[in-house]
Design a protein around this ligand. Sequence first.
Ligand code: ATP
Ligand code: MN
Ligand code: MN
Length: 303
Amino acid sequence: DDKGVRDVGEQTTTEDATTISSPGRVVYPALKLTKQDVADYYRAIAPHLLPEVVNRPLSLLRCPDGVEGTCFFQKHHADALGANVHATPIREKGGGNDDYLFIDDVAGLMDLVQMNTLELHPWGARVGDVEHPDRLVFDLDPGEGVAWKAIVAGARDIRDKLEQAGLASFVRLSGGKGLHVVAPIQRGPTWTQVRDFCEAFADAMATHQPTRYVATASKAKRKGVIFIDWLRNGRGATSVASWSLRARKEAGVAVPLRWSELGRTRSGADYPMARALQRAARLKGDVWEGWDAATRQALPTFD
Ligand code: ATP
Ligand code: MN
Ligand code: MN
């Protein structure tokens, strides 16, 4: 069924009825990009983006006044989001259910854009089985003074150590300061088991190479080192979707890369909207080739 989820992009050539209001409103002032430009971006990128987000609970970053105005995260469903945005009940920590939101097609995506969504952040689990994650994300957050080359080396280091643990992994720029290393897993382990593995993995990296890495969130300890943010792997945590725009001045996109391309990048925001569109148009084959096979890899266990 992983195959089916990734094939959803094929349906995106069908037209939908969402009207974009205030199409001329400026969203990215530095680049003079409007709400219509954002809508055009998401419509064009939908075949690549949708497989990453459909049928997963989503957190949205909405910016009604553009990226230089106030933006806010939203994870709960509201009817005002549009007819193609769906609700799914999820148990909250305090007990009781709340309606989270998800989409399953391009019409839902365009509804979110109409509601001034710029960033899409999916759960690492799917609607219908939210208690069993199907991917790990290591978010590399560079501290002050860390060179891009060192971040690239850190990503490759994580890839190599994941491989030793039997996990193939994939890389994307975050569209901001850093990058993410993503490893699919066969569903089965709970969030607690997944989080524990990711914490232990990050801790081991930081313990063995303390001049390169830190595994604790405290900002004070980050100067000159990379924070391996394993906290993206807890229940309810999200990370930005591949091909999502970022609500930052330079309109960076969270682009997925082949490992062989990583050495040629210059920053986490190396692909602004226009360049990301070009990349998508020219892409041949699956940029994360081997992903489907890797969805069957087992999380290492220690018992
Ligand atoms: P960068 O490379 O600049 O760090 P990033 O996307 O990795 O970009 P982080 O600040 O490291 O940004 O955050 C990691 C992820 O945590 C985000 O992509 C987002 O999914 C989630 N996140 C961060 N802040 C919030 C928030 N206030 N509410 C909900 N989710 C958040
Ligand atoms: Mn990050
Ligand atoms: Mn982080």
